[in-house]
Design a protein around this ligand. Structure first.
Ligand code: ADP
Length: 194
């Protein structure tokens, strides 16, 4: 099963993707996590991405596309994967389609989480507070100002991929406002796994 999980920042993509990984062994592929690892390791990519991410803007398509396409080829992705945070622009979606077609690989499901904008602020706020309480480092982009920018970027640059997939009849919506277990139930149902 190869799945794309779509939704704005704070929609719960990471939480749901981790559960699918635990239960079904579908590899969670989060470009955000990969980029944060590159920043922490101080690689060339990390150095280029660091300030862009801290501002809440998007890392250039060509960098993210090659990062993701390389990762997808690894043996641990053969059983299936969940794309979490990719694609984030129509150009990324097109590049993914082209690359997978060339490899003869098919995406089985594309699921979008629908969430009210107001809830996103509360959730990211909660995530920042939980991290503080647990003594974990705060993500530099988990603050109200940068979140506003991330949501603006989502609406302007990422939301256009919804009609891109919808037109092709490939998109399924689920209610991301429900409790985590209920979202997961709807998600596994959409995947035909429950
Ligand atoms: P969230 O979904 O909570 O916004 P992510 O961890 O997915 O967080 O992404 C964090 C940041 O990493 C983004 O704001 C962006 O700067 C960068 N990033 C992640 N994925 C992509 C992508 N596919 N294209 C461009 N930039 C990305």
């Amino acid at each position: 099963m190869k799945l794309i999980l779509l939704g704005p920042p704070g929609a719960g993509k990471g939480t749901q993707a981790r559960r699918l990984e635990e239960q079904f062994g579908l590899r969670q592929l989060s470009t955000g996590d990969m980029l944060r690892a590159a920043v922490a390791a101080g690689t060339d990519l990390g150095l280029r991405a660091k300030d862009i991410m801290a501002r809440g803007d998007l890392v250039p398509d060509e960098l993210v596309v090659s990062l993701l396409l390389e990762r997808i080829k690894a043996p641990d992705c053969a059983k299936g994967f969940v794309l979490d945070g990719f694609p984030r622009t129509v150009a990324q979606a097109e590049a993914l389609d082209r690359a997978l077609q060339a490899q003869g690989v098919k995406i089985d499901r594309i699921v979008a989480l629908k969430v009210d904008e107001k809830a996103l602020f509360d959730r990211i706020d909660g995530r920042a507070r939980d991290a503080l309480a647990a003594g974990q480092p705060l993500r530099p982009d988990d603050n109200p100002e940068t979140l506003k920018q991330r949501i603006r970027v989502y609406n302007e640059q990422t939301a256009p991929i919804l009609p891109y997939y919808e037109k092709a009849g490939r998109l399924q919506w689920i209610d991301g406002m429900a409790a985590i277990d209920e979202v997961y139930r709807q998600l596994t149902q959409a995947l035909g796994k429950s």
